[in-house]
Ligand binder design. Sequence first.
Ligand SMILES: [Zn+2]
Length: 106
Amino acid sequence: MEWQTYLKDSDVLDLYKRCKHGYNLTNVWNPCPTCFPKPSKKQVGGDHYKDMAIQPSEFIYRNELNWLQGNAIKYICRHNRKHGSQDIDKAIHYLELLKEWEYEPE
Ligand SMILES: [Zn+2]
């Protein structure tokens, strides 16, 4: 018997169109959330922010905080999951820069 009797060409093509989670890869309006997570739902290089109720990056962006404020918050939020007291020192350094540049005229 020929293989065509078991599997039609259209069945094979349909398998190539689907990811392993069953989502149709040609339908850009309904992407697989595992294969194509939204940028706000993924973290590159670690998972030390993933259990937080509000992601530091979203908090910083929505409140329009500046570079120094944002970095201070980032290091405060991750110290107990990443580099410990070094992260606290970095947060303090950003706050010291903020204090110097905002409140101490040259
Ligand atoms: Zn998938």
